[in-house]
Structure formats: structure tokens, C-alpha cells
Design a protein around this ligand. Structure first.
Ligand code: SF4
Ligand code: SF4
Length: 425
């Protein structure tokens, strides 16, 4: 474990000193229902937070927390656009009245010169006409989780009683489409669907009609329920490419459903080929768009491939704020919006150290990698293996990332050159 990747566990008494003179932009993922969900997906990284954070399952976000959050979130940002993201657990479990309150409060605090947007990430299960009308009227952008065609989706995305969910999710998507709600698809690439890149890609673009796709690799250390990232025991960390650094081994460091690092590479290569050949400029795929943009020398569009991170925090239903959605562990709690201001937490020395740690803790293996500027060691939560020379802090997905970047490089360069040569719109 690298000491420097841990947050300094100091109280936030001095945080106010680090408030910048000007307001800034940042992003908080709010979790109004906490980890409560109506499904029980095998790979969910959030369901166990109920025990970890001692949450009361029956209580959602109170009116007091909601209003305090909306007021502070708006007051501390000076961009033209303020984006609220509602996630879970399953946020639709809060009911429509909660979200009616959300838009009322946003109107109450909205300054004239700023636009407010809302994102809602859902499993699509509860979406009906009433929800769709509301989401359309208030211009919510909806992210729907779907893992591919029926047999791939139902492999891990099941109800609490283990039943398949594909039909209900597809019905939810059809309802959104009928009402003209903007939606994108969030696809968790796991050990099984990773082997079917073309099937998954064409299902999303053709059957679902998705024009914005987010591919998220499933990487879950076996100890993820009780051990926070970067707090792993040093002597248990394997070298990249060895038996324990793959899923399926009895002593593997990741869960059975985690994507194999090599399969992540072949999945990206397969889907990239389809994207380039059929959908360039028509369909947006998070990983590919940012690779093009970064090839052009512009800043990353995703935190995971950015040089630094730390500007995307998470807030639990009781107002507790954490460094990132993937770092909702007591060790990474920054405070609570009733006791510290959001700005104090977001711009605190502690959170800055967290964001800078993404670059500052890269192993030598990454620093000398030809793909560094497209990858930046990917997300620190996935840095759970050793480099071939034994140094800790290498990303579990590294073999796949390398394979993808090496294969895609010439095409990425051609696309970047094409864009740079085209006249501005
Ligand atoms: S820790 Fe990972 S997911 Fe969180 S902000 Fe950093 S790169 Fe993004
Ligand atoms: S491809 Fe591997 S070695 Fe290169 S920057 Fe990414 S994680 Fe590091």
C-alpha cells in the first residue's frame, strides 16, 4: 500500500483557509435513497454501504438535507451550468414527489445567469408514463443501466429474489423513448459480457437505439465490502498478469464477476472497430470520445483517464460527503453538509491531496509508458496490482488498456487529424 495515496486523516478545522477567492465548478453525485435498491445485482459496489455506513434502510434523504445541499451546491459554483446528478442505490425509490421538491428548490435558489440541469441514473425498473412525463418536462438526462442482450443482461442484473430484469428495463427504455426523454446507456463490462463486444455494441446502438454509451469496467477486489481502496495489505498484492491478478482463480484478488484485464482490452478493441466503421460522429462512447480528445492534446472528458481527479464527490442521504463515488468509505469521509460547508470540503487540502494523488502515486512503469497521456494509470481504485518489477500501485486493467491503446493509436491519430483539419462549425 502506498501511504501517499491515502487521504491525510486530519480533522477539517483548517479547511476554510483553503477556500479559493473565486467560486469554482465541481460535481457531487447525490444519493437520496442511499444504497437502497429494488434490485440485487451481483456486482453492485454500493449495496453493502448500508452495513458499512450503518444506514437506516427505511429512511431516504430528509427535506432538510435536500434543501441544504441544493442551496449550497448552487451558491458555490460560478459556471454557466450547474449539473445535479441523482444516483443510488436506486433514486427512483424516493418517488416522484421527492423529485418535484428537487425542481422546486432548484427554482427557489437558481440565480438568473445560471442554468440548472439534472441527471438521473436508474435501473429503469420503475419508469412508467408518469415518470417519463416528469423527466421530459424538466429536461432530466436519464442514464439507464443495461448490460447487453437478454442473456448477458440477466446474468448479473437480477431482482432481490433472483429474477431476471431484462423485460422490465426494456419496457422502461421504451417508455422514455415514447416520451422523447433524453437517455444514455451505462453498461458494466463484467467477466461474461466482455467476451461479446460486437453483440453488446450492436444491441445498444440498434435494438436499444442508444446514441450515448458509457462502458464501465467491473473491477471489484474480494475485500471491497470492508477494505477501503489503498488500504489493502501489501503482502497480498500480486504482480500484473499472474494467476491471482485474473478473476476465476481460487486465490484471485478480484470477485468472480470482475472483468478479466485481457478481456477488457479485447472488448474495447472489438467495440472500437464497430464504432469507427459504423457510428463515428453519430454515437458517442465515453472511452472512445475521450481517447480522441486526449489524442488531440485536449483535457480528458472522463475522470478515470485524466491526469488528476478529485472534482467529482459523492454525498450520502444523511449529508455525509466523500471524496468520490468509489471512495464511500469512512476513511474517505470529508465531513457533513450540516457541519461543514460543501465548499470547505470540496476545496479542502485533504480533497486536493486526493485528486493530486492520482498522478503523484503513479508507479515508474506508468511514468515510462507510451500511453501515459491517454491513460494516466486509470482510476486509483483499480490500482490493486504490482508492476512487473514489483512496485505497487499499478492498475489491474493495465494489460487490457495497453492492448487497446496500442491497437487504437493509429486510428485515433487519423480521427484526431481529421477533426483538426475540418473547418470550425
Ligand atoms: S477515484 Fe477514480 S472514479 Fe473517483 S474521481 Fe478519481 S478517477 Fe474518477
Ligand atoms: S497502460 Fe498501463 S502502464 Fe500505461 S499508463 Fe495505463 S496503467 Fe500505466
Amino acid at each position: 500500500m502506498k501511504e501517499s495515496t491515502k487521504l491525510p486523516l486530519t480533522p477539517l478545522v483548517n479547511a476554510g483557509r483553503y477556500l479559493p477567492p473565486l467560486k469554482r465548478r465541481y460535481h457531487v453525485m447525490a444519493k437520496p435513497s442511499g444504497s437502497t435498491c429494488n434490485l440485487d445485482c451481483s456486482y453492485c459496489f454500493y449495496l453493502h454501504k448500508e452495513q458499512l455506513l450503518h444506514q437506516d434502510r427505511d429512511k431516504g434523504m430528509s427535506d432538510e438535507v435536500l434543501e441544504n445541499f441544493i442551496r449550497q451546491y448552487i451558491a458555490t459554483q460560478d459556471g454557466e451550468e450547474i449539473v445535479f446528478s441523482w444516483q443510488g442505490g436506486e433514486p427512483t425509490l424516493m418517488g416522484l414527489d421527492f423529485f418535484r421538491k428537487v425542481v422546486e428548490l432548484q427554482k427557489k435558489y437558481q440565480p438568473k445567469h445560471q442554468r440548472i440541469e439534472n441527471d438521473l441514473q436508474t435501473n429503469g425498473f420503475l419508469i412508467n408514463d408518469e415518470w417519463a412525463e416528469f423527466l421530459k418536462e424538466h429536461r432530466f438526462l436519464v442514464g439507464v443501466s443495461i448490460d447487453g442482450p437478454r442473456e448477458l443482461h440477466d446474468r448479473y442484473r437480477v431482482t432481490r429474489s433472483g429474477k431476471p430484469t431484462f423485460d422490465r428495463v426494456m419496457r422502461g427504455i421504451e417508455t422514455l423513448k415514447r416520451h422523447g426523454v433524453s437517455f444514455n446507456t451505462l453498461v458494466v463490462i463484467n467477466r461474461v459480457n466482455a467476451r461479446f463486444p460486437k453483440e453488446v455494441y450492436h444491441f445498444l446502438t440498434e435494438t436499444v437505439g442508444s446514441t450515448y454509451i458509457q462502458f464501465i469496467p467491473c473491477v471489484e477486489p474480494v475485500e471491497f465490502k470492508h477494505t477501503a481502496p489503498q488500504f489493502w495489505r501489501d503482502d497480498t498484492i500480486p504482480i500484473t498478469g499472474t494467476r491471482r491478478a485474473h478473476p476465476g482463480d481460487l486465490d484471485s484478488i478480484v470477485t468472480d464477476w470482475s472483468v478479466d484485464p485481457d478481456d477488457w482490452g479485447s472488448f474495447l478493441i472489438g467495440a472500437f472497430e464497430e464504432w469507427v466503421n459504423h457510428d463515428l460522429g453519430r454515437v458517442q462512447v465515453n472511452v472512445f470520445e475521450t481517447a480522441v480528445v486526449q489524442t488531440m492534446g485536449l483535457p480528458a472528458q472522463l475522470c478515470v483517464t485524466a491526469e488528476f481527479c478529485g472534482k467529482a464527490l459523492a454525498m450520502e442521504k444523511n449529508g455525509d460527503v466523500f471524496s468520490c463515488d468509489h471512495y464511500v468509505y469512512p476513511e474517505y469521509k470529508l465531513g457533513n453538509i450540516h457541519r461543514q460547508s460543501l465548499a470547505q470540503m470540496v476545496f479542502s487540502e485533504r480533497q486536493q491531496a486526493f485528486g493530486m494523488g492520482k498522478k503523484n502515486t503513479l508507479p515508474e512503469y506508468c511514468k515510462t509508458c507510451p500511453h501515459l497521456k491517454l491513460c494516466w494509470g486509470e482510476c486509483p481504485k483499480n490500482r490493486i496490482v504490482r508492476a512487473p518489477d514489483g512496485e505497487t500501485g499499478l492498475n489491474y486493467l493495465c494489460p487490457g488498456l495497453k492492448a487497446f491503446f496500442s491497437t487504437a493509436k493509429p486510428t485515433l491519430e487519423k480521427i484526431a487529424a481529421m477533426i483538426q483539419a475540418s473547418p470550425p462549425l
